[in-house]
Ligand binder design. Structure first.
Ligand SMILES: NC(=O)c1ccc[n+]([C@@H]2O[C@H](COP(=O)([O-])OP(=O)(O)OC[C@H]3O[C@@H](n4cnc5c(N)ncnc54)[C@H](O)[C@@H]3O)[C@@H](O)[C@H]2O)c1
Ligand SMILES: O=c1ccn([C@@H]2O[C@H](COP(=O)(O)OP(=O)(O)O[C@H]3O[C@H](CO)[C@@H](O)[C@H](O)[C@H]3O)[C@@H](O)[C@H]2O)c(=O)[nH]1
Length: 457
């Protein structure tokens, strides 16, 4: 089976590498030549655990190129380009539409002839309802202009991987959702995913099959349902985090401990214990834009979505809370030096899209604070994306703590959990630590003389 994937970002590249590892012939197309050149040298352009190892285990089945290399003899074309937020919260479909136009101009009569079948087109990008139809209509219109008469099938196949564990999630998903009204197209996609659905591949050494892993569900829905499933899933997860953060705020008022509360409610199987870690809230490339896009869809139908909106409001209040807690601990912030431990929106990635660290750094700088920061991998990205943000980047956590008035744990990187905090305290001007992820040993820190501030404790 031949697969073409458009877009070599987190989703496109992870899917490509995984399917090639499992025996599919995969060609990846991206308009970014620099990325393609890197990939041809087996260097992933994004930071994702295991990608580099796996890139070298595809035995020539994985190739890369720009649009000029588009190969018409392909069974499936997967669209995996970005769908960022527009100003009004709607998803910006311009990249997806640009791909549809390219496809409409490149699919040839031979491929579209009735004797051969046209490839199944798949929307893997997160797209609003109606997008499968929109892509289909753009492609068909261009084919018609070229006097090619054929029916093109566009399926929706939302992606649920998480950054940092993208390969794990692709090899061992909970479910694969195909939104299509074309049985043949759904069958082709089932075939494409067969190694994952049946778990017939031999697991890479660094990515063993989790114990008790159950085969993923395969769900065929209408394209609209599939498109909505993606937004509804992300909004539900974001809401779950905002909910526990709301309860964390109340816990602080009444003297409860949010970790005890979360454990107590998470043991109810109907609730589940995942995504109940209270902290400075969610960020990243997906939750913020997807919750907004869902609300925007509601608005287009005159349908208010107050729960989803509250998830956003509570989330941004969490970032403000950090400033309030520092004001309460240090009283005057102007003239202070504060260290940020971590910048990425979560561990395992260098992604800084809507990262809480950026909002918090901006606010502190606005209030006259000198902000220092250390992150094991996201600093370069931060310098690049936010060149005007007056952060002093340092090369280690040891350097970070020198002369600071407070330390904020922003990203719970593993290496930050067991740092020699006692020793660090001696280098700090004031022993104040704000644990934004409730990840540190609060008792040990208090015993070492720190003023420890958690979330919901
Ligand atoms: N990042 C995630 O964890 C994740 C998870 C699930 C779903 N998604 C969704 O998947 C989609 C892709 O996300 P991502 O994070 O992989 O994006 P990304 O920004 O990392 O990568 C997108 C790639 O597409 C390329 N591209 C854009 N327009 C193109 C065009 N016309 N032709 C060829 N290449 C083009 C870009 O150069 C880039 O390399 C989005 O809709 C996102 O919401 C992302
Ligand atoms: O209990 C928790 C869990 C997560 N987070 C935060 O939530 C954000 C998102 O985390 P996570 O979901 O692990 O990362 P993403 O890579 O953004 O993955 C989400 O977004 C993807 C893109 O749509 C989806 O595919 C995934 O299923 C969905 O989990 C991060 O800022 C985390 O710090 C918390 O604050 N508390």
């Amino acid at each position: 089976m031949h697969i073409t994937i458009i877009g070599c970002g987190y989703v496109g590249l992870t899917t490509a590498v995984s399917l090639a590892y499992m025996g599919r012939c995969v060609h990846v197309i991206d308009q970014n030549e620099e990325r393609i050149q890197m990939l041809r040298r087996s260097q992933p352009p994004i930071h994702e655990k295991g990608l580099e190892e796996l890139l070298n285990q595809t035995n020539g089945r994985l190739t890369f190129g720009t649009w000029d290399s588009f190969e018409i003899k392909t069974d499936v074309v997967i669209i995996a380009v970005g769908t960022p937020s527009k100003e009004n919260g709607d998803a910006d479909l311009s990249y997806v539409e640009a791909v549809a136009r390219e496809l409409g101009q490149r699919l040839t009569p031979q491929v579209c002839d009735k004797s051969t079948s046209a490839p199944v087109i798949v929307n893997k990008s997160t797209v609003p309802i109606g997008s499968a139809r929109r892509v289909q209509s753009i492609i068909s219109q261009h084919l018609k202009e070229r006097n090619i008469v054929t029916s093109i099938s566009v399926a929706s196949n939302p992606e649920f991987l998480r950054e940092g564990v993208a390969l794990h999630d692709t090899f061992y998903p909970d479910r694969i959702v195909i939104g299509s009204e074309d049985t043949q197209a759904a069958y082709t996609l089932r075939e494409m995913y067969a190694p994952i659905l049946e778990q017939t591949f031999s697991a890479p050494e660094f990515l063993p099959r989790p114990e008790n892993y159950l085969l993923p569900a395969f769900i065929i829905t209408s394209p609209t349902s599939a498109e909505l499933i993606k937004y509804a899933a992300n909004t539900f997860l974001a809401m779950k985090i905002s909910y526990i953060n709301e309860i964390a705020g109340l816990s602080e008022k009444v003297g409860a401990d949010i970790q005890e509360v979360a454990r107590g409610i998470g043991l109810d199987k109907r609730i589940g214990s995942q995504f109940l870690n209270a902290g400075i809230g969610w960020g990243g490339s997906c939750f913020p834009k997807d919750v907004q896009a869902l609300i925007h869809t509601g608005e287009q139908y005159g349908y208010a979505m107050p729960l989803s909106q509250s998830a956003i409001d509570v989330n941004y209040r969490q970032r403000e809370e950090v400033i309030k807690k520092l004001q309460s601990a240090l009283k005057v912030l102007r003239g202070r030096t504060i260290g940020l431990l971590g910048l990425a929106f979560k561990p395992g990635t260098d992604d800084l899209r809507d990262a809480p660290a950026i909002t918090i750094a901006e606010r502190l700088i606005e209030l006259g604070v000198h902000v220092k920061a250390y992150d094991p991998i996201a600093m370069e990205n931060c310098r690049h994306i936010h060149p005007n943000l007056a952060i002093e980047y340092v090369s280690s956590s040891t350097e970070l703590v020198n002369g600071i008035d407070a330390l904020i744990l922003i990203t719970e990187w593993n290496e930050f959990i067991h740092l020699p905090y006692k020793l660090y305290g001696e280098k700090m001007r004031q022993k104040v630590i704000l644990d934004g992820r409730n990840a540190l040993n609060s008792q040990a820190l208090r015993d070492a003389g720190f003023t420890y501030i958690g979330v919901g404790k």
